[in-house]
Design a protein around this ligand. Structure first.
Ligand code: GDP
Ligand code: MG
Length: 297
């Protein structure tokens, strides 16, 4: 099913070597495949990031109405290792989380196992708002809180000059902090639930105008060679101590779908006892009292 990952040859040799090394470590840990789910608002660069990582134009990208209407999975194989990346449409419409879009994504994911969630937003935004929180909440309600232990935050449009004489790294730190905070509150995560370290944040610059180093590798303003860095972070999260997320019917039906009615059972039983059984008893007792005594009595 998976196609040969030819896109890897598009990368400069130095990047290829690093990527193959990372995949090698995964195989050492006897991981034969990796499934990455990409989510976030529309137009933030989800599809572009998928293409950048694979080194191929596998999903459509456009500046306007950039979203594919349904999820798409790209599978690529390289020396016995399979990389699956699932690109999804943005789940926001008219300022709200679109439940139908979310449902479509969940159904697409049925019986798949998510090893890593890439939560994509832009580096060059200056604020987070309630909508971001709603998206995080929707993801959490769909896949459970545990999904955030398998998450990497990706900030696109990373080739920028920070305003107000902030250094690049300071700007990155502030933007990361803001996004992580909204995730914490939207997912209602408590510090200890993230274990020792919080969700890693990586930078991405999908533009063809991204600067390059002497080896021809794409670099950020702070010099980071970002493609290997992103893939390395993904594999770290994939192999951390937390379980991957299996999307089964139970998860799709929502938490406690089966239990939802259960709390009413004692109430219903109580109701039956007082209003049905008691009444019946009363009638029977009345009948007995009213019944003419038989002669043998
Ligand atoms: P999606 O809706 O989240 O899948 O976003 P797309 O990947 O379709 O990107 C939306 C628009 O933003 C397209 O015009 C992309 O070319 C552009 N874009 C995406 N990522 C970047 C980036 O890192 N830098 C720049 N400069 N443009 C980007
Ligand atoms: Mg897209």
């Amino acid at each position: 099913m998976a196609r040969e990952w030819t896109g890897i040859q598009q990368f400069p040799l130095a990047t290829q070597t690093k990527l193959l090394e990372i995949l090698g470590t995964l195989k050492e840990k006897s991981r034969g495949s990796l499934t990455i789910l990409v989510m976030g608002k529309g137009g933030v660069g989800k599809s572009s990031t998928v293409n950048s990582i694979l080194g191929e134009r596998v999903v459509a990208v456009s500046a306007f109405q950039s979203d594919v209407p349904r999820p798409v999975m790209a599978s690529r194989e390289r020396s016995g290792f399979t990389l699956n990346i699932i690109d999804t449409p943005g789940i926001v419409e008219g300022g709200y989380v679109n439940d139908q879009a979310l449902q479509l994504i969940k159904r697409f994911l049925l019986n798949k196992t998510i090893d890593v969630l890439l939560y994509v937003d832009r580096l060059d935004s200056y604020r987070v708002d309630n909508l971001d929180k709603q998206i995080v909440k929707a993801i959490t309600e769909s896949f459970g809180k545990e999904i955030w232990r398998k998450a990497v935050v990706v900030l696109s449009h990373a080739q920028l000059t920070p305003p107000d004489c902030l250094s690049y790294d300071d700007f990155f730190a502030r933007r990361s902090e803001a996004v992580l905070k909204v995730i914490d509150s939207g997912a209602r995560l408590k510090r200890h639930e993230l274990q020792d370290d919080s969700i890693p944040v990586v930078l991405v610059e999908n533009s063809s105008r991204c600067s390059k180093n002497d080896n021809g590798e794409k670099i950020l303003p702070n010099g980071t060679v970002w493609i290997p860095k992103v893939v390395e972070t993904i594999t770290k999260v994939a192999t951390n101590e937390s379980q991957s997320i299996l999307v089964d019917q139970k998860l799709i039906d929502g938490p406690n779908a089966n239990d939802r009615g259960k709390k009413f059972i004692p109430l219903i039983l109580g109701f039956q006892y007082f209003f049905v059984i008691k009444q019946l008893q009363k009638w029977i007792e009345n009948d007995i009292a009213k019944a003419p005594k038989s002669s043998w009595e």
